[in-house]
Structure formats: structure tokens, C-alpha cells
Design a protein around this ligand. Structure first.
Ligand code: AP5
Ligand code: MG
Length: 213
């Protein structure tokens, strides 16, 4: 099963993609996580991406598209994957569609996690991310067992650099301009499904499971 997660920054794409991946035994491929781990390792890709991410802007398509097309060729992707944060522009969606078509493959579902902007800003301020494994928590809605420590790997939890309120606003406006048009794009292809992302996390997951069947 090949799934794309659509939705505003902070809509819960990562939270739900993680659950889908665990339930269906497929990899969760998050472009934001790949960039953040490259930043942490100080690679050239990381240095390039950081310039854009810190401003709430998108990393250029030339960089992002090849990175994802390479990743989905790997062995662990043969039974499918959940793409989280990609595609994010129409050219990214077109490149993905073309690459899959050449391989005789297609995306099965584009899941749009729908959350209004007002809810987003509140969520981002409370989000904490693990500096080591990228696992995501929320001080109020999904707290770790031990304050400030990752349940999964025991490393420190921090506020992401791009979760400062002014950067969140920029990311939201970039989302509306460049990413939201993908909803219409996938609706036209006939694979779009929208879930109400303002529900509790478990309910959002139940709605998704109903769609995936
Ligand atoms: P990325 O890491 O993808 O960030 P994003 O899209 O802004 O999304 P987030 O990760 O912030 O939110 P999410 O939807 O995953 O929500 P989460 O589950 O964490 O990208 C970062 C940057 O990388 C971009 O700005 C760009 O620069 C670059 N980039 C990445 N991909 C790119 C691409 N394809 N092209 C170009 N550039 C790219 O949830 C948020 C919080 O809410 C958490 O604390 C969570 O616990 C909580 N929460 C989740 N669900 C619920 C719920 N139902 N109720 C209450 N709280 C909830
Ligand atoms: Mg995420």
C-alpha cells in the first residue's frame, strides 16, 4: 500500500503516519525527518536544507525530488510506504507520479488530515521532538512518560527550530500557497480522502483505518 499524507504543518501527519506504518508494516518516510537528521549529522544536504527550513520556506524541488525518488527504490519499500511531507508542490507530485508510472506503480491513497489554522498554532507551541530519533510528543496532548525525555530512545526532547510562532506563520502561508493545491490535484486523480484532524489522535487513526479498509 502506497500512501501520501497531506495537511498543514502540525496537522498530525507525522503522528498518524507513524501509526499507519506500524500497523501495516511499511516504512514511514518523512522528508522533514530526513532533512533534520542530515542537519544533525552536518552533511552538505543538511546545510543546504537548513537555510530554507529555518525561514519556514520549502527546500528547492531539485534537492527534494531526487532524494525521495532514491529512497522509495530501496528494498524496504517493495510492499509500500507512507510518504509524510512529500509531495508538497505540484512539480513534486508530477515527478512522483511520472516515476511511479515508469515503474508500473501508483499511489493508492492521498490522505488529507484537515485542521484549521487556528488549531495549528496552539499545537506547535506544545510539540516536543526527540533530538535523536525524531519521535514527536505534545506537552498537553501526548506527553512523554518522563518530562523532557524520549520514551523510545531516552534522548532529550526539544522545541523544533522552526516551531517558533513567527516561523509557524510563515510555514502556514507557504502551505496555503504551494501545498494546498495538491488537495485538488489528488481529488481529480480520484485518490483523495479527507479526515477531520481536529479529533483526538485515536479517533483520527480510526477514521484513517476505515478509509484504508
Ligand atoms: P516537516 O517536518 O514535514 O514539517 P511540517 O509539514 O511543517 O509538518 P510538521 O512535522 O510540523 O507537522 P505534522 O503534520 O507532522 O504534525 P505532528 O504529527 O508532528 O517539514 C519541515 C520543513 O522541511 C518544511 O518547512 C520545509 O522547509 C522542509 N521540507 C520538508 N518536506 C519538504 C518537501 N517535500 N519539499 C520542500 N521542503 C520540504 O503533530 C503536531 C503536534 O500536534 C505534535 O505535538 C502532536 O503530538 C500534536 N498532535 C497531533 N495530532 C493531534 C491531535 N489529533 N490532537 C491534538 N494534538 C495532536
Ligand atoms: Mg511531521
Amino acid at each position: 500500500m502506497k500512501i501520501i499524507m497531506l495537511g498543514a504543518p502540525g496537522a498530525g501527519k507525522g503522528t498518524q503516519a507513524d501509526r499507519i506504518a506500524a500497523k501495516h508494516g511499511i516504512p514511514h518516510i518523512a522528508t522533514g525527518d530526513i532533512f533534520r537528521s542530515n542537519i544533525k549529522e552536518g552533511t552538505e544536504l543538511g546545510q543546504q536544507a537548513k537555510k530554507y527550513m529555518d525561514q519556514g520556506l520549502l527546500v528547492p524541488d531539485e534537492v527534494t525530488i531526487n532524494m525521495v525518488l532514491d529512497r522509495i527504490q530501496k528494498d524496504d519499500c517493495k510492499d509500500g510506504y507512507v510518504l509524510d511531507g512529500f509531495p508538497r508542490t505540484i512539480p513534486q507530485a508530477e515527478s512522483l507520479g511520472k516515476a511511479l508510472q515508469e515503474r508500473g506503480q501508483k499511489i493508492d491513497f492521498a490522505l488529507n488530515v484537515d485542521v484549521p489554522d487556528e488549531n495549528i498554532v496552539k499545537r506547535m507551541g506544545g510539540r516536543r521532538a526527540c533530538i535523536n530519533c525524531g519521535a514527536t510528543y505534545h506537552t498537553q496532548f501526548a506527553p512523554p512518560k518522563k518530562d523532557g525525555i524520549c520514551d523510545k530512545c531516552g534522548s532529550e526532547l526539544v522545541l523544533r527550530d522552526d516551531d517558533k510562532p513567527e516561523t509557524v506563520q510563515k510555514r502556514l502561508s507557504v502551505y496555503h500557497e504551494q501545498t494546498k493545491p495538491l488537495i485538488g490535484y489528488y481529488e481529480q486523480i480520484g485518490i483523495l480522502a479527507t479526515v477531520d484532524g481536529t479529533q483526538e489522535m485515536d479517533q483520527v487513526f480510526n477514521s484513517i483505518e476505515t478509509i484504508l479498509g
